[in-house]
Ligand binder design. Sequence first.
Ligand code: NAD
Length: 360
Amino acid sequence: MIGIMRFVHENLPQRVCFGSGEAAANLQREIGNLGAARVMVISGKGERDLAEGITRELPVAIRYDDVVMHVPAEVAGRAREAAAAANADALVSVGGGSTTGLAKAIAMTSGLPIVAVPTTYAGSEATAVWGLTEGARKTTGTDPRVLPRAIVYDAALTVSLPVPVSVASGLNALAHCVDAMWGPKADPINAAFAVEGIRALRAGLPRVVADPFDIGGREHALYAAYLSAAAFASAGSGLHHKICHVLGGAYNLPHAQTHAVVLPYVLAFNGPAAPEAEQRIAEALRADRAVDGLQDLRDELGAPRALRDYGFSENAIPEAADAILPAVPADNPRPVDAADLRRLLRAAWSGADPRQQAYA
Ligand code: NAD
């Protein structure tokens, strides 16, 4: 058979401004481009000083720090009211995925433009996906209005991100890359982004662990965070993200750590059924086999190991497997049944060596 490349790829319309120590100048230009005169600056309490330092020259109407992980609906409601009361005409978010998520919740109902300044590797800034939590239920959706108009990446803002958070967040980005290789809308352009993202994370994360103030290491990780999210936004959620979405939503597990733990088991499961993707992931990780390369990196980084360390109970495995099964993408590289999911979850729960997992 002749190999024919045939695909439709969509790039999201965003400006990406990258430069260490240049966030203030880049923000001023991007807010100027929007013609905004009343900016709402959103940052978590811990990142408030960081945000103030780069927004002094902006026409700030309100500074807002009521940020909560997974954007509870009442938190979104209060933030929307604050934006309206301040008559804000643009949003600047400075922080991780939780902060970007709050800005998206405001943009969703107000249409206000966002300029995002990410300080973790979660990648929400490069997607049009919003998330809201009501009670224990997390709802997500896609809306072009929540896509930040511009992203300002400044690695100097990330040196304070603690090493364990950096590792978990970096592996969250790696999970975007790996899942993009076999997501429902995977295409050669996503794959090119994803492979380069894996390469940059492989190079950057060990440097971050060795020295959190190493700007070069931080730049590699931040650059990879963008590539990973852009690849993932285009390819869509694969098996890994479907599993983590259920685990995060139903069992309130921490986002980045859950991704960091589950990824090697999904790679061990899917890799043999997707040999071309597996080989490209392996090469980017500088290993013969992808799962070996990932484990070597995880060992080097002291990565999160087991779901039981994050409050997931062994008793919940059958129920979680049943909840995940209907969400498994139809075109996953190999068929998945409830027994496969139970085995995968049990291994992830206990932290068993993913290299030893035989999924017959
Ligand atoms: P987070 O935003 O909650 O940040 C994690 C921790 O790091 C927080 O305690 C925060 O205060 C701290 N922090 C952030 N930047 C710091 C810095 N520079 N220095 C010191 N501390 C810093 O977590 P996250 O992993 O970035 O984001 C997770 C959230 O984002 C989840 O709700 C997830 O669902 C969402 N998310 C959404 C998308 C999307 O496309 N919509 C993509 C990825 C993640």
